[in-house]
Design a protein around this ligand. Structure first.
Ligand SMILES: C[S@@+](CC[C@H](N)C(=O)[O-])C[C@H]1O[C@@H](n2cnc3c(N)ncnc32)[C@H](O)[C@@H]1O
Length: 249
């Protein structure tokens, strides 16, 4: 991802990071992810990829084979994930969005042209369905286990709960989930679903570990607690203390 590509990406006014909660401004008071920031502060972040670095970087660092991106207003996240796959010559990402908010994702030719304007049309396969509908398709059945799952679809509790319930069992071992819009100032159920779901998971299901990144509209990284988070040497520290001079990591 070179500087020219980033400038061209940000030149699309729909990709203003602050527009959809991806600017690296603090989520929470007083700025609430930038939505209430002054024009001057917003302008400062207009030409920065913000959380986009994280999305692109995660896909480069984790080297996923299968990436599933659920929901996006204009493609900020799926385009950056597709770019990461393209830059490392990896398979296309799958993007699921029923176009509930407007008609942006309804015309396959226009959708392809939109992705082509970023040069990533061969690295995104869009399905104009809900996650629930997608889960019953052959395309979903044929999808290899998911290494990186980005959840940014409906923000009522019910759709985000369905995204997690239907797709988390399809994660590859060690797979990573990223939720967006996880810091909401609003008690409006239209927005508060992701936070409600994450609190529920945290309280009820210790197999998951999570990291909140309170920037933009809030991002939370979720992963199944794995063996390496409770290494054997902690279980029997005394017994193997003699090995403390080991030069092996
Ligand atoms: C408004 S966007 C999220 C905003 C976001 N932060 C962004 O980057 O654009 C939410 C998207 O989720 C989609 N969506 C709503 N319900 C969904 C569902 N059940 N499954 C998949 N996508 C859904 C909508 O069509 C919409 O495009």
């Amino acid at each position: 991802m070179d500087e020219n590509w980033i400038s061209a990406f940000l030149a699309h006014e729909e990709m203003e990071p602050n527009r959809t909660g991806h600017a690296a401004l603090p989520a929470g008071p007083p700025l609430w992810g930038g939505r209430f920031a002054s024009e001057a502060v917003r302008a400062e972040h207009r030409h920065e990829l913000g959380l986009g670095w994280l999305y692109y970087g995660l896909a480069r660092a984790l080297q996923p084979r299968t990436v599933l991106s659920i929901g996006s207003g204009r493609g900020y996240v799926p385009i950056l994930l597709a770019k990461a796959q393209q830059d490392r010559d990896a398979p296309p990402i799958t993007f699921v969005d029923p176009s509930f908010d407007d008609d942006f994702w309804t015309e396959p030719d226009r959708v392809r042209e939109w992705f082509a304007s970023f040069g990533v049309e061969d690295h995104i396969v869009h399905h104009q369905v809900t996650t629930e509908e997608f889960s019953g398709t052959a395309a979903c059945a044929e999808l290899p286990p998911i290494d990186l799952l980005f959840i940014d679809g409906g923000h009522f509790y019910e759709p985000v709960e369905a995204d997690f319930r239907l797709m988390s069992p399809r994660l590859a071992p060690g797979g990573t989930i990223v939720f967006h819009d996880t810091v909401s100032r609003s008690a409006n159920p239209k927005w508060s679903g992701p936070r409600r779901l994450l609190l529920e998971i945290e309280e009820q299901d210790p197999q998951w570990q999570m990291l909140d990144l309170p920037f933009g509209a809030g991002v939370t990284v979720v992963r199944r607690r794995a063996a390496e988070s409770r290494p054997a040497y902690l279980e029997g520290l005394g017994a193997i203390w003699a090995d403390s001079d080991s030069t092996e990591f």
